[in-house]
Design a protein around this ligand. Sequence first.
Ligand code: IMP
Length: 428
Amino acid sequence: MPAIVIVGAQWGDEGKGKATDLLGSRIDYVVKFNGGNNAGHTVVIGDEKYALHLLPSGILTDGVVPVIANGVVIDIEVLFHELAALTARGVDVSKLVVSANAHVITQYHRTLDKVTERFLGKRQIGTTGRGIGPSYADKINRVGIRIQDLFDENILRQKVEGALHQKNQLLVKLYNRRAISVDEIVADLLSYTERLRPLVADTGLLLNQALDAGKTVLFEGGQATMLDVDHGTYPFVTSSSSTAGGASTGSGIGPGRIERVIGIVKAYTTRVGSGPFPTELLDESGEYLRAKGFEFGTTTGRPRRTGWYDAPVARYSARVNGVTDFVMTKLDVLSGLEKIPVCVAYEVDGVRVEEVPVSQSDFHHAVPIYEEFPGWQEDISAARSFDDLPRNAQDYVLAIEAISGCRISAIGVGPERDAIVVRHDLLN
Ligand code: IMP
């Protein structure tokens, strides 16, 4: 089996780590291809809970080579902080490989992220404030700093000078902040050079060679489809390609190598930050989902917005990613409800619409059309086969499968690594 991609099919935090775990020992490489430390996966192994922001979750699986590819933006301080925290807990992190072409997040990116958000006022995106957008903006503007620049002090200095030239004008004259010194940034970045050196490689070459040798490579998308800079709810999105296509540009493998695309959907929906969210619940049902699903951001701690399952969003994700399998997570959170509403279509200006509208303003005021399914009262966390699930839970999954554009191959029934019901092999 060659390359497999895992992507969030909603607005993030779907629990992608669960699918990674499921593939576990069959994977040789786990690659992060987009985003930075704005991501957050929580992985529970036994009694231990790990919250990762920058590192791919595969770092916790023995025998796997974790790779941070060229499409990622790296806050180097965070990188070494996460590595140190894992090492202190006995995790072997020695196999990590980092792309020489990945871009760096520096202090000025973090500062600009915060000040530009403040200036947007009511139109703010609600970013994680980690400098993600400004670092990608520099990449596209061709004034970014790459990991490989840290190995040549002269070049690094020239590039930092180039980047700060305009930014300091902005910071001082527009945002009323202090100027950032070139020396300070260069010294900070150079302080990591020797520690980085053994980790850095041509990851595009490495991954192609691995695939040529018949290895299995898993591409783990950060964020999610509806936060993708092209296909998400722009401008309320992150600044990278978080759909399956991003795995190719973000890592340097040809798209034809990708054989499976696994989309992760929660049994309901959540979103962090601003932007349209048709099924959002602003009442006690939303509170219920937040409390029961423990829906608070792994990265920022912010309460997540919550709502019912949105089938048009799932169908859209199936389409733009070419999803071959869905993994549904957190079905257990719905246990105990009398009725479970599912959005099957929208009403836009009095017209029934089956698909996610292309117009931003239509999506902003799309009103969900719900169908209600009977709930179940049983605790499902011990279920390990589809037949172990109560009839109504089975029917809920089957009904969702019929309207979501792809088969649901596995179902998460609890936070533990093994709390999952598998219906179809994800790799076949
Ligand atoms: P940024 O990625 O920090 O620029 O934030 C842009 C938008 O993406 C904001 O609405 C964030 O809340 C959202 N976002 C970024 N990363 C994640 C994630 O891992 N899960 C959920 N939302 C995210």
